[in-house]
Design a protein around this ligand. Structure first.
Ligand code: C2E
Ligand code: CA
Ligand code: CA
Length: 504
């Protein structure tokens, strides 16, 4: 049984890692294709000097493209935005070797260059010419494995026909390395593009990591298992299920809204807060949301839990919200709850009962799960915005849905996931993705919040990208209501000491 469990967990971990790498790559393709289409619609596609100069500028601005080329429909290259890169080509795909994107006319293919491979995409401009882009998908985008097993694992992006595009294995010959031996493998196909991610972890290493993480639990559960068995057989003991525990915790008010400041990146001033759930046990143990939100969502307890958290946060912050009409309170709303019957009515009633104005409340909708019916979700977004509430799209950059959903939902704010912030000074792809999101937000009249800012270097880089709002341990982790109010009051009484906050 223990063996079965650890194998299932391992497979789950492999697939989760593969799917994260895949989602990041899909976002690059979303942006890259968007940039190609935008160019084809607005500019002349041709090989004359002016047209190529416009193309160069477009490639530079897009951030995700390394190069763009004008090709004949059979795949022959006519010219390149950066002609010198043509010398890097080992081979350029003929049309037959390209893979069509489902439900569209664009195609993806592998670009073989002397220093490695890259992902190519192509859209038809007319019945003669196509515009192709070479996209920046590289190993750092696929760096999703925990540090303990990173060196003994490989994450690759492949076309759906199995040919490699990029890999974390920098030995450049990853395509040749042994994939049949004693390894754990997962392949995760994309729903949107002819792409898949491929994850491989060497046998012993994964086991050792697994053992480290699970062994004490397995030994303990073995011991307790025997004890429970004896008690059960005597009919004396029935352990409470996790759901019963959760219900009790909700009833007894043990799940509380903690708050994390959202601050102005230029000055450090706290301009709002995000409500984050914490289960505080009577002995003071604090349980993070990762341990109970999923169960609450699966069992629909998330509805009652969300209303409880919102009411409690509103009550606690009402004086602050009244004193400072600019102050904004964010709450996380599960997508399934957001589109459920009666959500909007209950939202209005809860906020009205607290005597707080709708525009001081932001609903955060995660992009991690996609809406079953995106059109309906967009209608609900429009409805709540019609009542004055703000809507933020959370975890942007790691979601399933990609750009089109973001554009369709028409929210007020984009929250850029911590993953990109972590890599902002380490990885050019992360920085260019952030720059793209900022541009997209500007075009759509949205504000941007950067999540998980931990140090001054990240802060500086984000300011340079034009981001004005953020959240992260740099200012404060999520804290209980009282310390949060003290933090805000402290800032006020110090006349908001900018010297302590060294953004400049
Ligand atoms: P989220 O909405 O993306 O929240 C941001 C998470 O990043 C929080 O984790 C926060 O503590 C963490 N974080 C913020 N700044 C930093 C930083 O500088 N460094 C690091 N390492 N972490 C930082 P938390 O509180 O554990 O929440 C995890 C997730 O649980 C949330 O992610 C959200 O998706 C979910 N969640 C939390 N409360 C609720 C809730 O009331 N309802 C729903 N539906 N989901 C919730
Ligand atoms: Ca959130
Ligand atoms: Ca988030």
């Amino acid at each position: 049984m223990a063996n079965y469990l650890s194998e299932t967990q391992r497979q789950h971990h492999l697939e989760e890692s593969g799917s994260l790498a895949l989602r990041r790559s899909e976002i690059v393709v979303d942006y890259g294709l968007g940039a190609l289409r935008e160019f084809a619609q607005n500019y002349e596609v041709g090989c004359n000097t002016g047209a190529l100069q416009a193309l160069r500028l477009h490639v530079y601005r897009s951030g995700v493209m390394k190069d763009a080329r004008i090709v004949r429909q059979d795949g022959t290259v006519l010219c390149s935005a950066f002609p010198e890169t043509l010398e890097f080509d080992r081979e350029w795909a003929a049309r037959d070797n390209t893979l069509k994107i489902l439900g569209g006319s664009a195609r993806l293919f592998r670009v073989e260059q002397f220093f490695g491979t890259a992902l190519g995409a192509m859209i038809d401009v007319d019945d003669q010419l196509s515009l192709a882009g070479v996209f920046a998908v590289d190993g750092s985008l696929l760096d999703v494995m925990p540090a303990e097993i990173r060196d003994n694992s490989t994450v690759s992006l492949q076309l759906s026909n199995g040919s490699d595009i990029a890999s974390t294995d920098s030995s450049a010959n990853f395509a040749l390395s042994d994939r049949s031996g004693h390894t754990h493998i997962a392949t995760v196909p994309s729903q949107r593009y002819p792409l898949q991610s491929y994850v491989r972890v060497e046998h012993g290493v994964y086991e050792a990591w697994n053992k480290q993480a699970h062994m004490p639990i397995m030994i303990l559960s073995g011991l307790f298992g025997a004890l429970f068995g004896i008690l059960l057989s005597r009919g004396m003991y029935r352990p409470r299920s996790p759901l019963e525990d959760l219900d009790r915790a909700i009833d007894q008010g043990h799940i509380q809204p903690w708050l994390q400041p959202i601050f102005d990146l230029h000055t450090g001033k706290i301009v709002g807060a995000e409500t984050l759930a914490r289960w505080v046990k009577p002995d003071g143990t604090v349980i993070p949301p990762a341990r109970f939100i999923e169960l609450a969502e699966e069992t629909k307890r998330i509805h009652i839990l969300t209303w409880h958290l919102l009411s409690a946060a509103l009550t606690a912050l009402k004086p602050l919200l009244k004193a400072d009409p600019e102050f904004n309170l964010s709450v996380n709303i599960s997508p399934s709850h957001f589109v459920s019957d009666g959500f909007v009515k209950q939202l209005r009633e809860t906020v009205l009962a607290a005597g707080v104005d709708a525009w001081q409340i932001t609903l955060e909708l995660t992009e991690r799960e996609s809406f079953e019916d995106p059109d309906h979700a967009a209608v609900v977004v429009a409805e709540v915005r019609g009542y004055g509430f703000k809507v933020a799209i959370d975890d942007v950059g790691i979601g399933h849905s990609g750009l089109s959903q973001i554009q369709r939902l028409r929210a007020d704010t984009l929250k850029i996931d911590k993953f990109f912030i972590d890599s902002v000074n380490l990885d050019a792809t992360a920085t260019s993705m952030i720059a793209m999101l900022v541009r997209l937000a500007r075009e759509m009249n949205m504000t941007v919040v950067a999540e998980g800012i931990e140090d001054q270097q990240q802060l500086k880089a984000l300011l340079a990208c034009g981001i004005a709002r953020g959240q992260g341990y740099l200012v404060s982790p999520p804290v209980a209501v009282t310390p949060f109010l003290e933090l805000v009051a402290g800032q006020k009484s110090a006349g908001h000491n900018q010297a302590a906050y060294k953004a400049a």
